[in-house]
Design a binder for this molecule. Structure first.
Ligand code: FAD
Length: 389
C-alpha cells in the first residue's frame, strides 16, 4: 500500500449525485463556522418548538446528510444502494433523552423489529443498543457507584436486565450481532458487567454480543486484557467495538467538579496511543476477541489494514469490521469496501424533532476546519473538480 487508498474520491462519492455533492459542500462549509452552528442549532430548536415550518429545510439539508430517513422503510433504498458497493448498514433508531418505562419498552419494541428485519437482509448484519436508551441513567449510575437500590429500584433494574437479555437472545436467535454503545464512565461499569454476562451466556462459537471500548479512557488496555483472560478461563468469545470516545468534555468537567482524577487520557496523543495499543492487543488475539473498529481516523484505519495484511488475514474476515457514521468519511468506508474489507455505516433514522440532538452533535463536532471537516471539504472539492462541476 504505497499510495493512500483513501484519496480515491470517485469510489468515496460514487453514490452521490452532483446535486448531493454540492449540498454536502454547502453543509460542511457552513459547519466549519462555529458561530453559525451555535446560532443555527438554537434557532432550529426554537423554530421546531414554535412549530414553524422548518422541517422541510432540515430534511433537505443536514438531515439528508447524516440520516437515512424518518422511518426504517425510508432508509431501505439507501441501504440497498450502499450494499451494492459492499457497504453494510446498521439501522439506528436515534431517539434520545427518553426517561420513562413506556419509552424504554417502545425502544426495545423498535429494536426487536429491527433485529427481525436485519435477519431477512444480508445488508444489515448488526443492530445497536444504547444502555441508557432502555433504562434510566440513574439506575445504571447507582449500580456503578455500588449504592444499594431501593425495592422499587430493584424492580426497575430487573426490567432493564430483562430488556437486555431479551434483545440479546433475539439477536442470537436471528443470527444478528448486537453492539452496545459506550457511554459516560459514571454509569459504564454496570453496563460493562451486564454485557460481559451476556457474552458469557451467548457468545459461543461466534461473537453475537459486542461491548464498546472507549480508548480515551486510560484504563481500557487493562480492561480488555482482563476481559481476554476472563474469556479464556470461562470459555466465551469477546465482541469488542473500539472507539476513541465521545464524552470527553463532560468527563473532564465532572472530574473537576467532584475532585477525582479524570478517567480520560491526558491529551490526544495519549488517546491515539491507547487506541493503537488496544487495537493491536485485539488483532493479536482474534481467535478469542472479534473486533469492530469504529473510527474516522485514517491513520488507525491504515494501521489496521496493514496489520491484517502482515498477518496474512483476508480483508473480508468476519473477525474484523470497520464502521463509520453515515454522512462522514465516505472516503474510508467506500474505499475499504472496494478493497474487500467488511464495513458498515451507522445509519440513524427517526422523526426530525427526535433526531435533532444527534444532528446538533454532528454539527458541533464538525466545526473544526483543522480536523475532520477540513478533510471532508478537501475531498468533496477534489471530487467536484474531478467531475468538473
Ligand atoms: C461506528 C462508530 C461507533 C461509535 N460508537 C461510539 C460509542 O458507542 N461511544 C462513544 O463514546 N463514541 C462512539 N463513537 C464516536 C467516537 O468515540 C469518536 O468520538 C469519533 O469517532 C471521533 O474519533 P475518531 O477515532 O473517529 O477520530 P479522531 O478525530 O482521530 O479522534 C477524535 C477523538 O479523540 C479524542 N480526543 C480528542 N482530543 C483529545 C484530547 N485533548 N485528549 C484526549 N483525547 C482526545 C476524543 O475521543 C475525540 O472524539 C463511534 C464512532 C463510530 C465511527
Amino acid at each position: 500500500m504505497n499510495e493512500n487508498p483513501f484519496n480515491n474520491t470517485a469510489n468515496a462519492f460514487s453514490l452521490k449525485s452532483d446535486k448531493d455533492l454540492k449540498k454536502a459542500h454547502f453543509i460542511f462549509s457552513s459547519m466549519s463556522k462555529p458561530w453559525l452552528v451555535d446560532l443555527g442549532s438554537k434557532a432550529t430548536m426554537l423554530a421546531l418548538n414554535w412549530k414553524l415550518p422548518v422541517k422541510g429545510i432540515i430534511k433537505d439539508t443536514i438531515f439528508h446528510q447524516f440520516c437515512g430517513g424518518t422511518t426504517d422503510e425510508e432508509c431501505m433504498p439507501l441501504v440497498e444502494k450502499m450494499f451494492e458497493k459492499g457497504v453494510s448498514s446498521i439501522l439506528d433508531y436515534s431517539v434520545e433523552g427518553k426517561e420513562n418505562e413506556a419509552d424504554f419498552d417502545a425502544v426495545v419494541g423498535k429494536k426487536l423489529t429491527l433485529i427481525h428485519m436485519a435477519s431477512e437482509n444480508n445488508a444489515l448484519p448488526f443492530e445497536v443498543v444504547k444502555p441508557t436508551g432502555i433504562g434510566r441513567f440513574y439506575i445504571w449510575q447507582k449500580i456503578t457507584e455500588k449504592k444499594t437500590l431501593t425495592p422499587p429500584e430493584e424492580l426497575e433494574w430487573e426490567r432493564i436486565y430483562n430488556r437486555v437479555d431479551l434483545l440479546c437472545k433475539t439477536a442470537v436467535d436471528n443470527d444478528i450481532a448486537l453492539l452496545f454503545d459506550g457511554e459516560e464512565t459514571w454509569m459504564q461499569d454496570a453496563a460493562d458487567d451486564l454485557i460481559r454476562e451476556m457474552m458469557l451466556k451467548y457468545n459461543h462459537g461466534k461473537a453475537y454480543i459486542y461491548n464498546t471500548i472507549q480508548c480515551y479512557r486510560h484504563d481500557r488496555l487493562d480492561y480488555i486484557m482482563e476481559l481476554y483472560e476472563d474469556a479464556k478461563a470461562n470459555d466465551f468469545i469477546v465482541g469488542a467495538k473500539i472507539v476513541r470516545g465521545a464524552y470527553m468534555e463532560k468527563e473532564r468537567e465532572r472530574a473537576i467538579k467532584y475532585g477525582y482524577e479524570s478517567p480520560i487520557c491526558k491529551d490526544k496523543t495519549a488517546t491515539d496511543e491507547m487506541f493503537n495499543h488496544v487495537m493491536h492487543y485485539i488483532l493479536d488475539r482474534l481467535d478469542t476477541i472479534k473486533l469492530c473498529i469504529g473510527t474516522h481516523n485514517e491513520k488507525s484505519t491504515l494501521d489496521a489494514m496493514k496489520t491484517l495484511a502482515e498477518k496474512n488475514i483476508e480483508p473480508n474476515t468476519n473477525d474484523v469490521w470497520f464502521g463509520q457514521l453515515y454522512g462522514m468519511s465516505d472516503n474510508l468506508t467506500f474505499n475499504l469496501a472496494a478493497l474487500g474489507h467488511n464495513t458498515f455505516k451507522i445509519l440513524p433514522f427517526g422523526p426530525i424533532e427526535d433526531v435533532m440532538p444527534y444532528l446538533i452533535r454532528r454539527a458541533q463536532e464538525n466545526t473544526s476546519v483543522a480536523g475532520q471537516t477540513g478533510r471532508e471539504l478537501t475531498l468533496i472539492k477534489q471530487e467536484m473538480n474531478r467531475r468538473g462541476i
